[in-house]
Design a protein around this ligand. Structure first.
Ligand SMILES: Nc1ncnc2c1ncn2[C@@H]1O[C@H](COP(=O)(O)OP(=O)(O)OP(=O)(O)O)[C@@H](O)[C@H]1O
Ligand SMILES: [Mg+2]
Length: 283
């Protein structure tokens, strides 16, 4: 891969808080236009990693590159190319959604021209005058995402963008992410949600206690941990599990011939199971 297509990278990055090592030799890179998912249980170090990448914290050791330069040399202009949705709300409670967005546009040196379009995109036009303190969690999260997008950043950090959202609001955020990706935005997102990572990310890193325990495309991860089984739900014999090999072919053929098969699918592990296999612990 050409070095110029790498938007950000970490190499052997470590960070401790007091005696506690929170990040332990993180190494990964994210390419332009990619949606990179950082997954891991609570306390794994996801938010801390975003804070390092956005210069809210300093590493103890290792290398961090942003837009092709060591992060220590990043300029204010580089920060204008970045949008951040943090894990705590950055919106002013006593201002309306619209006024918050106008304020963010001003801070980012942009006109308010795009606000109507953004509100429309996130289904918030009708709620634009609602004070943030009166917003539902889903409304807040969508408004916060718009605030992060107000200056059309080319690199977006999203810390658990859908946590606490209902399925409809989650779907809206996912649609928005797909649109941003289609427009070429690079996205670094953290999530606890394996299904979300599986559906929206091009590549994943699974973090456990400050270490990356696996990193790959979601499909490859699933294949790597694939169980060699096919599940057949039958009309009268219950759910059967057969191995994926030539010896089972006759058994499956016989089930079809006797009109027993209600459904048949390969038994792919979900990412929760991948995590359990990698760490021996529940996600
Ligand atoms: N400022 C701090 N001082 C001391 N310890 C901290 C600080 N910030 C984070 N930690 C510790 O670092 C570890 C990683 O925290 P972090 O917030 O990065 O986890 P996370 O993966 O984002 O978790 P969650 O999914 O709950 O958001 C935790 O053990 C946390 O207690
Ligand atoms: Mg966090």
């Amino acid at each position: 891969m050409a070095a110029t297509s790498i938007v950000l990278s970490m190499e052997g990055v470590c960070l401790s808080f007091g005696a506690k090592r929170v990040l332990d030799g993180l190494t990964f890179s994210v390419s332009r236009g990619e949606c990179f998912g950082f997954l891991g249980p609570s306390g794994a170090g996801k938010t801390t990693t975003i804070k390092l990448l956005t210069r809210q914290l300093k590493k103890d050791s290792g290398r961090i590159n942003l837009f092709g330069r060591p992060i220590e040399n990043a300029s204010d202009a580089d920060y204008e190319r970045i949008g951040i949705l943090s894990d705590t709300s950055a919106l002013y409670e006593r201002m309306s959604i619209e006024d918050n967005l106008k304020l963010y546009a001003k801070i980012r040196g942009k006109g308010a021209g795009d606000i109507d379009r953004l509100l429309e995109r996130m289904n918030l036009s009708q709620d634009r005058k609602t004070l943030v303190k009166n917003c539902s969690k889903g409304m807040r999260q969508r408004a916060a995402l718009l605030a992060a997008l107000i200056h059309s950043p080319e690199l977006l950090f999203l810390d658990e963008p859908t946590s606490g959202l209902d399925p409809a609001a989650r779907a809206e955020v996912h649609r928005m992410l797909a649109e941003l990706k289609a427009a070429g935005t690079t996205i670094f997102l953290t999530t606890h949600d394996m299904a979300e990572a599986d559906s929206v990310c091009d590549r994943l890193a699974i973090l456990d206690e400050g270490r990356i325990v696996a990193s790959d495309e979601p499909e490859s991860l699933k294949l790597r941990f694939a169980r060699n089984r096919v599940v057949v739900v039958t009309r009268s014999r219950g759910t059967l599990e057969v191995t994926k090999d030539a010896a089972s072919a006759e058994e499956i053929r016989e089930l079809f011939a006797s009109d027993e098969v209600l459904s048949i699918h390969s038994d792919e592990p979900n990412l929760e199971e991948v995590f359990l296999e990698l760490t021996g612990r529940e996600f």
